[in-house]
Design a protein around this ligand. Structure first.
Ligand SMILES: Cc1cc2nc3c(=O)[nH]c(=O)nc-3n(C[C@H](O)[C@H](O)[C@H](O)COP(=O)(O)O)c2cc1C
Length: 383
């Protein structure tokens, strides 16, 4: 089967499941506790239906929009994701190049397996860096300053991960970073020889953005939850967020805002955007789906701060529903990760192409020429 035979999220997920050793597939696919929030994130988009307008003389719709100071060619971009080198040997470089081709944001995690400088030299499209505040002094300043000198366009601070969510699939499958050969995981690596050969014959696994500061923890195989609980600062506060915004001095988002009160406070401290997100259901299980919370947030802060919806997005119609309710743009994680796992840069390009085609087709079917033409009038809610 060729990569081109994959038409949607579920197709790529199936291929990724075949290609990846089980601990790695489940690290991407899983959520916390009972995975209630993970599931609800996507289900929430079904609570309303699209209502098209006819005979609107649409012609060719314009999918471009502006977010975090950059014009992007489609209203969907790549969420920051840790350790992409594990999913495909080209890792972040593949994602960044694919995003560049589609004129949209690539986002780099603090826990990326490529360095800030490497990615700056690899892709010239819009780039956002995501900060995790570590206990180690000096790391945050170092990251912000490196992003400035490397020409990154925007930053976000993840505020929903001061302690690790309970990701039971990681325990069950013995997921560690770098991957460790245990009796449990051995079978899975042995039965995925292509992944194992690629992993062993390409550049060494590393976490170059943090390795200088957390030498030991970034090279010894350990669980992600263990790393988060050891290294991230659980005392992170509004002051820290404000400090990052000031030091960066450019477009800045708080990632993981869910309440109206926090959205208002994000404006007060000078954030340019909030990412309405629950970390793809990987942190607080039982927390609200971003799309379910969107209307309240738009009513309170719409027009005063950009609102990015992240979580559960699998289809172009999900993006269009969020935009109709007042979101500025959307981003997705698993949606591009399974494609990356299936086919590296080409895989991500195909997934972005599919999403772009869906967005274009559905804008025409809705009778809308510009993203700004979408409104609540396009939605009908079920009871
Ligand atoms: C495998 C994986 C790793 C992630 N790593 C990070 C990370 O390093 N930093 C971060 O802010 N969010 C991280 N996220 C969360 C994503 O940025 C995003 O919020 C989430 O994937 C959105 O949900 P979706 O996967 O349903 O699209 C990660 C998500 C996944 C699936």
């Amino acid at each position: 089967m060729s990569l081109e035979d994959n038409f949607n999220f579920e197709d790529f997920r199936r291929v990724a499941k075949k290609k990846l050793p089980a601990p790695i597939f489940h690290y991407i696919d899983g959520g916390s506790d009972d995975e209630v929030t993970l599931k609800r994130n996507t289900d929430s988009f079904s609570k309303c239906d699209l209502v098209p307008n006819i005979l609107a003389s649409v012609g060719e719709p314009d999918l471009s929009t502006k977010v975090l100071g950059s014009k992007i060619d489609m209203p969907l971009f790549l969420s920051p994701v840790a350790m992409q080198r594990l999913f495909h040997h080209e890792g972040d470089k593949a994602s960044a190049r694919a995003a560049e081709k589609f004129g949209t944001f690539y986002s780099m995690s603090t826990m990326a397996t490529s360095s800030i400088e490497e990615i700056a030299n690899t892709a010239s499209g819009p780039k956002m860096f995501q900060i995790y505040i570590h206990k180690t002094q000096g790391l945050t300043d170092n990251l912000i300053d490196r992003c400035k000198s490397s020409g990154f366009n925007a930053m976000c601070l993840t505020v929903d991960t001061i302690v690790a969510g309970n990701r039971e699939r990681d325990h069950k499958w013995g997921f560690t970073t770098p991957p460790k050969l245990t009796l449990k995981s051995l079978m899975s690596f042995a039965t995925h020889p292509m992944w194992t050969i690629n992993y062993l014959t390409h550049e060494k696994f590393q976490l170059p953005n943090v390795s200088q500061f957390v030498k030991k923890s970034s090279s010894i195989a350990k669980g992600v939850m263990e790393y988060i609980n050891e290294q991230y600062d659980p005392a992170m506060s509004w002051k820290d967020a404000e400090y990052c915004i000031k030091r960066w001095g450019g477009p800045f988002a708080l990632k993981g805002v869910m309440s109206v009160e926090d959205a208002k406070r994000a404006i007060d401290i000078g954030a340019s955007a909030i990412m309405l997100s629950n970390h793809g259901g990987r942190q607080l299980d039982g927390s609200r789906a971003p799309f379910d919370q969107l209307e309240k947030i738009v009513d309170a802060v719409g027009g005063k701060i950009e609102i990015i919806v992240d979580g559960g997005i699998r289809r172009g119609t999900h993006v269009l529903k969020a935009l109709s309710l007042g979101a500025t743009a959307c981003s997705f994680g698993k949606g591009f990760l399974f494609a990356l796992s299936a086919g590296g840069q080409k895989g991500v390009e195909i997934m972005l192409q599919r999403m772009k085609e869906e967005l274009r087709r559905d804008m025409i079917l809705l009778g809308k020429k510009n993203i700004g033409d979408l409104s609540k009038e396009n939605l009908a809610f079920r009871d």
